[in-house]
Design a binder for this molecule. Structure first.
Ligand code: NAP
Ligand code: ZN
Length: 353
């Protein structure tokens, strides 16, 4: 067991603060990684404050963080893919049973025995639950460690491990590409990656935002049009026209306004995970045989595919790099939709602090 510096919250109402957590010594299949950067996902905030208590109650202390990029420092004797000195990345998953139909088909993210990077029962019993990336190092089974293309900026690459795969996977699943009209709702961490991917895949891409101030950025990120969603005229202009809409909103909102923008057989996929159920109008779905679905991160092979796609297209997140001591202010800014477009922690600050 190795004592490791981290930032954790001890209750739903306490701020994140410096702490020491145990990390296991690498087993023969493990990779030990010194964390260089960790992105801040809105899920970190939901979980730290136990906002998802109904679905996955938080066990305290919690160490959030599942957008991890770092350098390999040690490997177990059976590890074949990595050696010390390599760049490596870890996303939302650190284990799964490896034998169920979901795992066998590359959908480890849907395995009923999956271990999330934080707040999952720890199969190694190093601690009651797994601890995430707001820490100086992490030890992960090599099956769950990914490769980062060498040309990518590391701070900008970290958010690909959650915001990237969470948006890439449904866009691919629903066949987004040339000739398709795609909407992205909510221009935050996930949303801005959704725009970059939809644009890179060749779709006509429209951003829906509540923030007038994000209009110009949305176009720079790849949007062909931008709609400020409280403007009824702008919304009406797109009625019944979308093949696919990706909803990346973190809070309660009117999804019927977006279902009504779908064409016949169009699909709206939720990746945003507001704590409270959303109200759906049956009529909005019935008219035009529209469908509503959800999507949850992605499997390992698809995550590597996404990272390689980003390497080829030179895609990274737009990040505001912060010191870990600024994490509580960053959470408050997330709640005000004030992030352009992902906070990313420079983990050197944890060593210094
Ligand atoms: P984020 O950076 O905070 O972005 C959320 C965006 O939603 C905001 O920037 C804002 O965009 C919009 N928004 C916020 N409050 C709103 C409201 N009351 N009404 C309408 N729009 C609002 O969050 P994120 O990290 O991208 O995460 C987004 C959601 O996805 C979270 O719930 C997170 O937990 C979830 N998530 C799901 C998965 C998955 O696998 N399904 C993975 C990661 C995250 P505008 O300013 O443009 O309006
Ligand atoms: Zn996330």
């Amino acid at each position: 067991m190795r004592p490791t510096k981290a930032f954790s919250a001890v209750s739903a109402t306490s701020p994140l603060a410096a702490a020491t957590i145990p990390r296991r010594e690498p087993t023969e299949r493990d990779v030990q990684i010194e964390i260089l950067f960790c992105g801040i996902c809105h899920s970190d905030l939901h979980a730290s404050r136990d906002e998802w208590s109904e679905f996955m109650p938080t066990v305290y202390p919690i160490v959030p963080g599942h957008e991890i990029v770092g350098r390999v420092t040690r490997v177990g004797s059976a590890v074949t893919k990595f050696q010390p000195g390599d760049l490596a990345a870890v996303g939302c998953l650190v284990d799964s049973d490896g034998t169920c139909p979901e795992c066998r088909s590359g959908h480890e993210n849907f395995c009923s025995h999956l271990t999330l990077t934080f707040n999952s029962p720890d199969p190694h019993k190093t601690a009651p639950v797994t601890y995430g990336g707001y820490s100086e190092s992490v030890v992960v089974d090599e099956r769950f460690v990914l490769r980062v293309p060498a040309n990518l900026n590391l701070a900008g690459a970290a958010p690909l491990l959650c915001a990237g795969i969470t948006t890439y996977s449904p866009l691919r699943h629903w066949g987004v590409g040339p000739g398709k009209k795609v909407g992205v709702v909510g221009l935050g961490g996930l949303g801005h990656m959704g725009v970059k991917f939809a644009h890179a895949l060749g779709a006509e891409t429209v951003v829906f935002t509540t923030s007038e101030s994000k209009r110009e950025d949305a176009r720079r990120l790849g949007a062909d049009d931008v709609v400020v969603s409280h403007n009824a005229n702008e919304m009406q202009k797109h009625a019944g026209s979308f093949d696919f809409i990706l909803d990346c909103v973190s809070a309660d909102h009117d999804i019927n306004a977006y279902v009504n923008l779908l064409a016949r057989d169009g699909n709206l996929t939720l990746v945003g995970a507001p704590a409270k159920p959303l109200a759906v109008s049956a009529f909005a779905l019935l008219v035009g045989r529209r469908s509503l679905s959800g999507s949850n991160i992605g499997g390992l092979a698809e995550t590597q595919e996404m990272l390689d796609f980003c390497g080829r297209h030179n895609i990274t997140a737009d990040v505001e790099v912060i010191a870990i001591q600024q994490v509580n202010q960053a959470y408050e800014r997330l709640l005000r939709s004030d992030v352009k477009y992902r906070f990313c922690i420079d983990m050197a600050s944890l060593k210094a602090g």
